[in-house]
Write a protein that binds this ligand. Structure first.
Ligand code: FRU
Length: 478
């Protein structure tokens, strides 16, 4: 089919809905050889509306097959964000140990009740599937966790915690998270609250996660992710994290400063995949590559909004502190053709209009700073500036910046030296991973005409670097 004007903004390989509106990733779970991705979806329009759970599956988190909508809104409300798990021990009785059920735990948000002035319109509910998520039944006893009288009460992330022999739910409650536990996913006990006095509080807390992870020195820690909107690092929505301890009931941390998983504007509501087998052992993350400050207005008209590159999460010890690092999943390495060269001339000659590229820089030594500039025929330019102290992504001269006032802000992050840089440029997004994913920036942009040129400005730098690039091409869903 012929390309429409809007199509040129559509990603080459990032996940998008088959049509219309998408926000948060939901219910990511691995089962029987498939990675499932559900998502907040309004199939009838390209702006937010009555929420459904859209659904797709993949064997590599890159090639996705769209499946029918998994959950439709009903008289109890819209289907807001949540998670999914495999009930291997049949704790719910929905399946059997031979044929375990997939169980999704989500928020019913009753907009009618909200409209009528109720504050208890968000409640937690479950649904289950016996056929690898192809069809779902909502539990007859819903809701399973009723609202105690707090307006924002949503986004359950549930994990079977073997070490505590129970299901643990972390839930976003306005300005904090609440932790609940259960033996059967149906009866929930409140364990504790966290966060009223910790972290960033410029907006409502949403889409939390809580997981155990070993740092690079072999120590086990607990990490909590909490999305917040507004009040993110670059304005609008953003995701913070806490490193601490969890005893099955309470999370505690001595972290004083606010930490962010991304220093760009467009990585929100991300959480980890559930039930990744021990034989794999990876912590796998995906986020919504947008921002509530302008998500309903971006140029992605037909399939509005996309997900970030799926990322592998690790925890690194840094002096007396920890940093949560994320790098693109290795599955992405096998796609596209790698070109190796000592400088940028190969790519400067070879870059094609409106394609997706990965650029890797291994920096051996550098003094000063350099700039990478991607530009279009219309002189829209996307700037990346790198020194040992600072990484900057500047989209302020890159096409349509009128989507929100914060859109043209320079995105800066401080660095403790620069060792390597991995840049993923797609038709309307850039994802920068610095120092093996310790400092990342994810940003959307909407140029008047496609980017087609790259230039490296090294006038202020003495730099010795190894350089590689590849064009990334992915066919439509398998
Ligand atoms: C986060 C969020 C969630 C909510 C969903 C509604 O982006 O606001 O808190 O469940 O989106 O679509």
């Amino acid at each position: 089919p012929e390309q429409t004007a809007e199509d040129r903004y559509q990603s080459v390989y990032h996940f998008t809905p088959p049509s219309n509106w998408m926000n948060d990733p939901n219910g990511m779970v691995y089962y029987a050889g498939e990675y499932h991705l559900f998502y907040q979806h309004f199939p009838d329009s390209n702006v937010w509306g009555p929420m459904h759970w859209g659904h797709a599956v993949s064997q590599d988190m890159i090639h996705w097959e769209h499946l029918p909508i998994a959950l439709y809104p009903d008289s109890l409300g819209f289907i807001f964000s949540g998670s999914a798990v495999v009930d291997y021990d049949n704790t719910t009785g929905f399946g059997s140990e031979l044929n375990p059920a997939l169980v999704s735990i989500f928020t019913y948000s009753n907009q009618q009740e909200e409209f009528e002035g109720s504050i208890t319109f968000q409640n937690q509910a479950v649904a289950y599937s016996h056929d690898s998520g192809r069809t779902w039944k909502k539990y007859a006893g819903n809701p399973v966790l009723s609202n105690p009288g707090i307006k924002d009460f949503r986004d359950p992330k549930v994990t079977w915690m073997e070490e505590f022999d129970k299901w643990v739910m972390i839930l976003a409650v306005k300005d904090h998270v609440s932790i609940y536990s259960s033996k059967n996913l149906l009866d929930w006990t409140h364990e504790s609250d966290f966060g009223k006095d910790e972290g960033a509080h410029g907006g409502v807390w949403e889409c939390p996660d809580l997981f155990r992870i070993q740092d690079d020195q072999g120590n086990w820690k607990w990490v909590m992710l909490v999305s917040i909107n507004p009040g993110g690092y670059q304005g609008g929505s953003g995701t913070q994290y806490f490193v601490g301890e969890f005893d099955g009931r309470e999370f505690s941390t001595n972290q004083k400063e606010v930490k962010w998983i991304d220093y760009g504007a467009d990585n929100y509501a991300g959480v980890l995949w559930s039930n990744i087998p021990d034989s794999d052992g990876r912590k796998l993350f995906i986020g919504w590559m947008s921002n509530w400050a302008y998500a309903n207005k971006v140029s992605l008209v037909n399939r509005r909004n996309m997900m970030t590159i799926p990322r592998e999460v690790s925890l690194r010890r840094k002096e007396n502190d920890h940093v949560l690092a994320m790098v693109p999943i290795r599955e992405l390495d096998h796609i596209g053709v790698l070109n190796t060269s000592g400088d940028l001339t190969e790519l400067e000659k070879g870059m094609r209009t409106n394609e997706a590229y990965q650029l890797d820089l291994q920096i051996e030594s550098m003094e000063g700073k350099f700039e990478l500039v991607f530009s279009s025929e219309d002189k829209d330019s996307l700037f990346l500036s790198v020194s040992h102290n600072e990484l900057i992504v500047d989209r302020s001269k890159c096409g349509n910046v009128s989507l929100a006032t914060m859109f043209s802000r320079q995105h800066k992050a401080s660095l403790d030296g620069i060792r390597n840089l991995s840049i993923f440029l797609d038709r309307s997004s850039i994802e920068v991973f610095a120092n093996d994913g310790e400092v990342n920036m994810t940003d959307l942009f909407f140029t008047r005409s496609p980017l087609q040129q790259v230039q490296m400005m090294t006038s202020e730098a003495e730099i010795e670097a190894r350089f590689e690039y590849r064009k990334i091409e992915v066919k439509e869903p398998i």
